[in-house]
Design a protein around this ligand. Structure first.
Ligand code: B16
Ligand code: MG
Length: 218
């Protein structure tokens, strides 16, 4: 049987941790007198922790010393981790396990390609860590999405050529990264937002095992 590399983003694809990022960033932004809305939160999807704080400070017209910047980043992460700590399997997004199980049954290599430095912890919380043959996360990359580094490293880790990899992503930057890596991009979310993707589905309930089989046989 053909082998393709299936690379999953984490936040917004496997679990909806965006709501916890929102709560933690809002608390932090408000604590320094900066407003933070759900619309702004959308713009932080797929963006690294450092860049997220830089954007919030820019929106609020604030400048901070390096020490203060680092202190705020740790504060946000501690708060975020207090939500992650309470996560369990019920937070896996619908039909994600159906697709992962199907790929495993069909001996297809699976990797994680996420900007999050908390990825291993989250995968452990929802008990999915062992489903992945490789994990490439925010600790392993130097260049953030839309740079293709995270996905190229994931492909290398599962020993599949980039053009034989399929990426599932919910962020615009992530779709651009997958396209730049010369991989097939599958957008999970809204058509109007993710129009640069090769395929777009609202969520995994819309993805059939028939579609996955076609990708494997391509
Ligand atoms: P952390 P993904 C990304 O995860 C999130 O979408 C983004 O909002 C977050 O800032 C980034 O991870 C870094 O997360 O603070 O946990 O290192 O979508 O690439 O899985
Ligand atoms: Mg994401």
């Amino acid at each position: 049987m053909n082998k393709k590399g299936f690379i999953f983003d984490l936040d917004g694809v496997i679990v909806d941790t965006a709501k916890y990022h929102f709560l933690a960033w809002k608390k932090l932004a408000n604590s320094i007198g900066v407003d933070f809305t759900e619309i702004q939160n959308e713009q932080l999807k797929g963006v690294s922790r450092i860049e997220s704080l830089q954007k919030i400070l820019k929106w609020g017209n604030k400048t901070l010393s390096e020490a203060e910047f680092n202190r705020l980043m740790s504060m946000k992460n501690e708060d975020y981790l207090s939500y992650i700590d309470k996560m369990n399997r019920s937070e896996i997004l619908p039909d994600v396990t159906k697709i992962l199980d199907f790929l495993i049954e069909n001996n297809q290599p699976i990797a994680l390609g996420s900007a999050s430095k908390n990825a291993p912890e989250i995968l452990n919380k929802v008990n999915l860590f062992n489903q992945f043959n490789a994990i490439v996360d925010g600790n392993a990359v130097t260049k953030a999405k839309p740079d293709p580094e995270v996905f190229l490293k994931a492909a290398e880790a599962i020993q599949i050529k980039p053009e034989d990899c399929i990426v599932f992503e919910d962020s615009v930057a992530g779709i651009q990264a997958a396209n730049a890596a010369n991989m097939i991009s599958v957008g999970i979310g809204e058509k109007q937002v993710l129009f640069e993707a090769d395929y777009i589905f609202k969520d995994f309930t819309q993805i059939s095992t028939h579609f996955i089989t076609k990708l494997i046989e391509k």
